[in-house]
Design a protein around this ligand. Structure first.
Ligand SMILES: Nc1ncnc2c1ncn2[C@@H]1O[C@H](COP(=O)(O)OP(=O)(O)OP(=O)(O)O)[C@@H](O)[C@H]1O
Ligand SMILES: [Mg+2]
Length: 348
């Protein structure tokens, strides 16, 4: 649905800013694609290049089979109707009612009053604002304002919805309801959604794929479940760590000295990551039953990523050299990820 190839964007000025340094990504039809990065990473620039609010310096932007970078103004106006957008600060017209804000893009199109009403009535229903139709933005909460923003973005029946930090100005409860609404429109209208955020929980809640952007480059991308369970870059690890605990609490780390390499008479400290079905396997019971080892659990956490159970267990395994080796061989052959965090002397 969307294909960006080697997109660069340089803001020319006294000091040129290379906001995008060659970004390529593909968004499949009907998916929710999240782009996460720290402030200044280039997220807004990137999303604005998808609808040509910013013209890329180089590279290609294809939306629904059409190359946008070379279109004339008229053709681009036409192509943009397929691309709705919502913003962090809603960008509503304060002198217009909810109804008239949503009607605005349709009025620009020269649609009749009757046509406009036929479009808006179900949209108000969809976003849950039927009873607020004659209210002004100043009479609405942040969440309600964003609902108006969403309805307005959907008025032209677009194929793609771009969301620039759509929930960043909202409290956690309202964020949740707006994310649910986005998920709802994604499913009901088969709408492709690209959203940018600096909050990993937004990605975890509703995205199918995620790209991590840093200094104008995509440093990691993949399925949300893969990036959460196996982040590669330091930045992705940090983002994942912000919503899912995968590390030993500081208190435990401080209480013993962890060696990165095996030392004589040591316990192995290992992190086990369970995904899907394997989250229900009685692995620890098997270890104790089949091998001559003791296992103590130092840390455990279970989370759900789009309904998939995802568990982390950090354990300390003690036993003689042979039993430890057999245990590790057994774990490495199971359908789970095993990482040795370190070794602790049994005298500790
Ligand atoms: N119109 C502009 N003119 C010059 N520089 C700009 C312009 N817009 C953005 N930049 C610069 O480009 C870089 C990327 O900015 P961008 O707004 O895309 O980042 P962002 O990831 O959206 O950040 P934030 O999370 O703070 O919104 C920054 O260094 C920014 O200062
Ligand atoms: Mg931004």
């Amino acid at each position: 649905m969307i294909k960006l190839t080697n997109v660069t964007k340089t803001y020319v000025g006294k000091n040129d800013v290379h906001a995008l340094k060659g970004v390529s990504l593909t968004v499949e039809p009907g998916e929710i694609y999240g782009i996460i990065g720290l402030s200044g990473a280039g997220k807004s620039t990137l999303i604005r290049c998808i609808n040509m609010l910013e013209k890329p310096t180089e590279g290609s932007v294809i939306v629904d089979g059409q190359e946008l970078t070379s279109l004339s103004t008229d053709k681009l106006r036409e192509a943009r109707k397929k691309i709705g957008m919502i913003f962090q600060h809603f960008n509503l017209l304060s002198s217009r009612t909810v109804y008239d804000n949503i009607a605005f893009p349709l009025e620009l199109e020269g649609r009749s009053k009757q046509e406009i009403e036929q479009t808006i009535t179900p949209l108000l229903e969809l976003v849950g604002l039927t009873d607020k139709k004659y209210h002004y933005p100043s009479q609405l909460s942040g969440g309600q304002k964003q609902r108006v923003g969403i309805a307005r973005a959907l008025a032209n029946n677009p194929e793609v919805l771009l969301c620039d930090e759509a929930t960043s100005a909202l409290d956690p409860q309202t964020t949740k309801s707006i994310l649910e609404l986005l998920q709802d429109v994604n499913r009901k209208l088969k709408l492709t959604i690209v959203l940018i955020t600096h909050e990993m929980h937004v990605i975890k809640e509703i995205c199918h794929h995620v790209a991590v952007i840093e200094n104008g480059l995509i440093i990691e991308q993949g399925k949300v479940i893969d990036v959460f369970t196996n982040p590669q870059s330091a930045t992705a690890k940090e983002f994942v760590g912000s919503v899912i605990s995968t590390n030993l609490p500081e208190e435990i780390i401080r209480s013993f000295s962890l060696s990165p390499v095996p030392i004589p008479n040591s316990n192995i400290i290992a992190r086990l990551t369970f995904l899907g079905e394997s989250a229900n396997d009685p692995v620890i019971a098997s270890l104790i039953r089949c091998f001559d080892v003791d296992v103590s659990i130092l840390f455990g956490n279970i989370d759900y990523i789009q309904g998939n159970p995802f568990g982390i267990l950090i354990i300390s395994i003690s036993g003689n050299e042979d039993s430890l080796k057999n245990t590790m061989d057994y774990l490495n052959n199971k359908n789970l990820k095993v990482e040795v965090i370190g070794y602790v002397s049994t005298n500790d």
